[in-house]
Write a protein that binds this ligand. Structure first.
Ligand SMILES: [Fe+2]
Ligand SMILES: [Fe+2]
Length: 315
């Protein structure tokens, strides 16, 4: 599916082509903050051009499938809500240290806020409502919400973004209804930009705050890695009737995407936990093969800058 499927209403203003970002092949996570800020401002200026086309009624094969779809998009809603809140809190914290980075965090949070609005509209279209969080999801977000250390917030957010992006892309494999495809495409496309953006945030905050504990970051990465891969068991009970993804394929995809997250970032020295490497047979050769598939790739970041140019593919 291409961005053509998301054409704004006739007459909607379009940015001039001279503002279309360039596609040079430099490593996107190593761009300076000014580059990211420029792209985020551009994206903010074009956000209103897009709308959800919910004109075609949706029906499901069963109430079980409808309920699974509502649960699936409720989980997405909670991820957006949490990303929005944490990004804006970090923006406040960074304002005095690095105003440019603070503005980038603010605009990034605004994008999550926009996703949350779209999901609210979409869940209503599915015949559902925003529901209280389940036990597993609630536990994740309660712990995340309590996080006060910068490294915990940033790393957790990046890992949540990664599994969200992975789930959306995989669900696109089977999704047929145009409105479902459009909703998933918007989320997939924007998360492909957010994942490398979050890697940039981590690098910059580490530069600004040398007291941040690298050892703590590695411990959080390993613990959360295991918890997120294990969470596929609970999420399958809730959403499998909608997304048709098995525990085996989703857990492997999470493991690969999370393992590859820092493959480009050798200076951060973050390696997947040994148990994950053992379970999923990730030797060094397998890990380097993963590098080519991960959402943080240069192509994913740069190709996602201009929403209208993005060609979203299923994972
Ligand atoms: Fe989002
Ligand atoms: Fe995001």
């Amino acid at each position: 599916m291409t961005a053509e499927a998301m054409t704004p209403p006739a007459g909607a203003a379009r940015a001039s082509s001279s503002r279309t970002p360039s596609r040079r092949r430099t490593h996107a996570t190593h761009r300076p903050t000014s580059w990211w800020l420029d792209k985020l401002r551009y994206r903010a200026s074009t956000m209103d051009e897009e709308y959800l086309d919910l004109s075609e009624p949706i029906s499901f094969a069963s109430e079980v499938e409808r309920d699974a779809a509502i649960r699936f998009f409720n989980a997405a809603y909670r991820a957006e809500e949490s990303g929005l809140r944490q990004a804006h809190e970090l923006a406040d914290e960074m304002a005095a240290l690095d105003p440019e980075l603070a503005e980038a965090l603010k605009l990034y949070g605004d994008e999550e806020g926009w996703h949350r609005e779209l999901l609210t509209e979409f869940i209503d279209y599915l015949g559902g409502e925003i529901r209280p969080m389940g036990t597993v999801t609630g536990t994740f977000y309660r712990l995340y919400g309590r996080a006060r250390r910068m490294e915990t917030i940033m790393l957790t957010n990046l890992m949540f973004e990664t599994i969200g992006s992975t789930t959306y892309r995989m669900t696109l494999r089977h999704a047929k209804h145009p409105a479902v495809r459009q909703m998933l495409t918007i989320l997939t496309r924007d998360e492909a930009f957010h994942v490398p953006l979050n890697v940039h945030f981590i690098r910059e905050v580490l530069r600004r705050k040398p007291d941040v504990s690298r050892r703590r970051m590695k411990a959080i990465y390993s613990l959360l890695f295991l918890a997120l891969v294990a969470s596929t068991i609970a999420s399958r009970r809730r959403a499998q009737a909608f997304d048709n993804l098995s525990v085996a394929e989703l857990s492997r995809a999470y493991a690969e995407q999370l393992a590859g997250l820092f493959n480009h970032e050798s200076d951060l020295d973050m390696k997947p936990p040994w148990i994950i490497r053992r379970i999923f047979g990730m030797d060094d050769e397998a890990l380097s093969a993963i590098t080519n598939k991960v959402a943080v790739s240069v192509a994913a970041a740069e190709a996602s800058v201009d929403r209208r140019q993005v060609d979203v593919t299923a994972l």
